[in-house]
Design a protein around this ligand. Sequence first.
Ligand SMILES: C[S@@+](CC[C@H](N)C(=O)[O-])C[C@H]1O[C@@H](n2cnc3c(N)ncnc32)[C@H](O)[C@@H]1O
Length: 257
Amino acid sequence: MPTLTAPPPPAALARRLPPLPPALDLPAVSFFGRSLAEYTQFFALDVAALRSRDVLDVAAGPSSFVAEACRRGVAAVAVDPLYGDTVAALAARVQGDYDHMFAQMRAKRRLFKVGLRLPAFFPSIDAAEADRRAAAQRFLADYEAQRLYGRYVGAVLPRLPFFDGTFDLVLCAHLLFTYAQRFDFDWHLAACRELVRVSAGEVRLHPVCGVDGKPYAALARLRRELREAGIASELVRVNYEFFVGSDSMLVLKKAVS
Ligand SMILES: C[S@@+](CC[C@H](N)C(=O)[O-])C[C@H]1O[C@@H](n2cnc3c(N)ncnc32)[C@H](O)[C@@H]1O
């Protein structure tokens, strides 16, 4: 009679699957940003198809997405509470927040996927640092040149200073769910509704996990309450994962009645 091997006890399982290190320790929402190439991947964008389209990047920080998209003919606008500050003040913020963020990443490497093939986006933390610092420099140069012409708008979710349906596409990365503990459920719901209000097409939110790599705990309730408010949502897998668990986006649209 064949002998059945008993399943390993929980302690042995725990030894085989080391737990993730604790969440990144970020004292506040970081003024930290990414490039158009990274946005393209985690939002599954076709940038050529966005030519002449109105695109809004909310909580854009020092990301270079809007600067680079405008250079490619996209009518892109960025929103962040810190816009309105001087270039020197934002450059100082970048310096401090990037130093802290990369020290955290190196201390908690297991929270990040690195490798030479997608979905890993960077071959190493060093490569991520070089790329993101370069993106911040592109943002600072564009902010200096464009801030008087309305490309960079100071505003704070859940209120945006735009008419209903102004933008073909609205993006919001690394705020809502990344910093889920800093904002309560009602804020999340109000922020989603406001993003949808200013959109004529769709809203894309990324990632759908927090700085501990775990999915947003109230996601089912959020989607249900959005549905009750006439907003359809879809969880879409993307070919990207740098922070563990950051392999999806949430797409919101006004539901067709
Ligand atoms: C981590 S950065 C993300 C930058 C960019 N979206 C990206 O993914 O590279 C988060 C940004 O959210 C901004 N922020 C904080 N609270 C906000 C709020 N209530 N409404 C809009 N933006 C906010 C911060 O100033 C910061 O620049």
